[in-house]
Design a protein around this ligand. Structure first.
Ligand code: FES
Length: 588
């Protein structure tokens, strides 16, 4: 597996190799290439572990498994996949180490880095002895010889091999965890993956141990040794010497490569300081950093809280920021950044950028758009950015009646309990109908319909939700008939219209909401349910857009506070009755 952990800013494959057609493959960056290579290497490791685990059956089973393992991985396809993947993954790991501008690691990242760095050094003896021996000298390899080497000839190498297997496995598992944890279904498959991650190496090491002991006994027999340890298998002394020398040169080369990376980092640091510093202004502070850092690296370096669920790998979009003022003169988004911004709906607004990808070249003022403590759960629930737009939205206000009186008559615990049950029943109705609960307002809430759908669908969803609210609250009243003397009553106001929607707030308290006269009117219609003695007041426009017949609900004109002209509305004494009106039209 890779010598290095993922880190630093992204460079697209296109920019790395400068080949135009690669721009077509949007979203593929260095990290994606490295991940692809890592998956090939993990596949190899998996196959090797299964082979070791066969040792729990017999030495013959191991040899038999080795035939399949070698047939693929030493065949043309396996060779073409494995060795380039090894070289690319290792090189990109060193590149990431060069790119990383700060060294405040999370524990898992640090473990992955250290394990990854140690793998090439530990692996080279085995790889050069086993694979290069075949290629250069046509040596025959089999499990019996490997086990003899590790358990009889060089037990120290046996321990190193077992440690290597564990290191490579843990390194790979951490990488796979970092990759999969952002997927919405990760929580479902995590227990299975954890089980496999523990079981497979345990079985592999057990198989390795069982047959190691077996070979130790067999090695006492001169006939077995004469049959297994032939020059065709172990090579001549000269061949072995050459292989050891190659191994030593590789170790020197590898140590030198790591040294070069750190030297290059030092040179870059000096250069950056020479080329000047820039100022990054956050809502609550200003910091000075050398040019060349990403905004996220600058935040981390100066302990500015900043969301980064994927750790700066350009995958999660939680580091997104808004540039205040002119964006001119800033580097354009890379293909990867543009891909991620496009995926979460922020590409239309050029002032929204990914902090982990943007390397400002001049002073800028920024506002982080996601609360700094956002985790993977936030990512799964709210990955879209809403920079602000005008669109047709249906607003629905639902309010619980008589909660003040209820609070005066009941214990606080009982009041909170019943209000929460009510809000739960209403929220469930809204979600089931296809809307989104936008704000909880004491004993009521605001729900929005049409954020992701057309106006007609939004109107029908809102009416459907009103009927479901009534149905759910009626059920709630039946469930609490004995404990609650007063049944829960409620009022619903629904209105649609063009409003401004966007992420509004400051710092960690930014949330998506709708602003506009249409929202205010919906709130007033909800108030009017008391005066009109009904559960539901809906603007006529919403009913017409939904396709309800004129006679379906009584129509009337009412005066609404803050509006000069009367508003035409429809009312329903029992909101549940609206459900029947949908029978005649296509379902929502
Ligand atoms: S931190 Fe995940 S995309 Fe920037």
């Amino acid at each position: 597996m890779s010598p290095l952990v993922s880190a630093g800013a992204d460079v697209t494959t296109a920019s790395l190799i400068g080949w135009k057609p690669f721009y077509v493959v949007r979203g593929i960056g260095v990290r994606q290439v490295r991940l692809f290579c890592a998956l090939i290497l993990f596949g190899y490791l998996l196959s090797h572990y299964i082979n070791h685990a066969l040792g729990n059956i017999s030495l013959d089973a191991m040899e038999y498994g080795l035939w399949f393992h070698a047939a693929f991985w030493q065949g043309p396809v396996g060779t073409l996949l494995l060795y380039p993947a090894l070289a690319v993954h290792a090189s990109l790991g060193l590149w990431a180490l060069y790119q990383r501008r700060y060294f405040r690691w999370k524990t898992a990242e640090l473990v992955q880095l250290l394990l990854g760095l140690s793998i090439p050094a530990l692996l080279c003896t085995h790889l050069i002895g086993e694979r290069l021996g075949i290629t250069l000298y046509g040596l025959e390899r089999h499990y019996a010889l490997a086990l003899f080497s590790f358990w009889v000839a060089r037990p120290d190498l046996g321990v190193m091999q077992a440690v290597l297997l564990l290191i490579a496995w843990i390194h790979g598992c951490i990488g796979i965890y970092f990759w999969l944890r952002l997927k919405p279904s990760f929580s479902k498959i995590a227990p299975v993956l954890l089980g496999l991650a523990v079981l497979l190496p345990a079985l592999a090491l057990l198989g390795f141990y069982q047959q190691g002991r077996n070979v130790r006994v067999l090695a006492q027999q001169p006939a077995w040794r004469a049959e297994v340890l032939t020059p065709a298998v172990i090579g001549t002394a000269v061949e072995r010497d050459r292989l050891i020398r190659i191994r030593d040169y590789f170790l020197l080369f590898y140590a030198g490569a790591i040294g070069v990376v750190f030297a290059a980092r030092g040179v870059r640091r000096i250069n950056e300081r020479r080329h000047g510093m820039i100022r990054l202004t956050y809502p609550d502070r200003t910091i000075r950093v050398p040019k060349g850092l990403t905004v996220l690296e600058a935040s981390f370096r100066h302990h500015v809280p900043h969301a980064s669920v994927c750790g700066g790998k350009g995958r999660c979009s939680t580091c997104r920021i808004r540039i205040i003022g002119d964006e001119d003169g800033l580097p354009r988004p890379s293909a990867r950044e543009a891909f991620v911004l496009g995926r979460m709906g922020g590409r239309a607004d050029p002032s929204v950028r990914l902090a982990c990808q943007l390397r400002p070249t001049r002073d800028i003022e920024i506002v982080p758009l996601v609360p700094s403590q956002a985790g993977a759960a936030f990512l799964h629930g709210k990955s879209r950015v809403h920079p602000g737009e005008e669109r047709y939205v249906v607003s629905m206000f639902v309010d619980m009646r008589g909660s003040t009186q209820r609070a005066a008559d009941q214990l606080p615990f009982d009041t909170v309990f019943i209000v929460n049950r009510f809000l739960g029943a209403v929220s469930q109705a809204v979600t089931q109908a296809g809307g989104k609960v936008n704000q909880y307002l004491g004993d009521g809430l605001l729900a929005l319909f049409g954020v992701d759908s057309d106006p007609r669908t939004a109107c029908r969803q809102a009416l459907k939700a009103a009927a479901l609210v009534a149905e759910n609250v009626a059920l709630l009243n039946r469930q609490h008939a004995e404990a609650e003397r007063i049944p829960i009553r409620f009022g619903i106001g629904v209105n649609g219209g063009e409003v401004i929607v966007g992420d509004i707030g400051y710092g960690d308290d930014i949330s998506f909401t709708a602003l506009g006269d249409a929202v205010n009117v919906a709130a007033r219609l909800q108030d009017m349910t008391k005066e009109l003695e009904c559960q539901l007041v809906v603007s006529n426009e919403v009913c017409e857009l939904a396709g309800l017949q004129d006679e379906a609900m009584p129509r009337r004109e009412i005066r609404v506070r803050g509006r000069a002209a009367p508003v035409v509305v429809r009312t329903a004494v029992e909101a549940e009755s609206v459900a029947a009106l949908f029978d005649g039209i296509t379902s929502v």
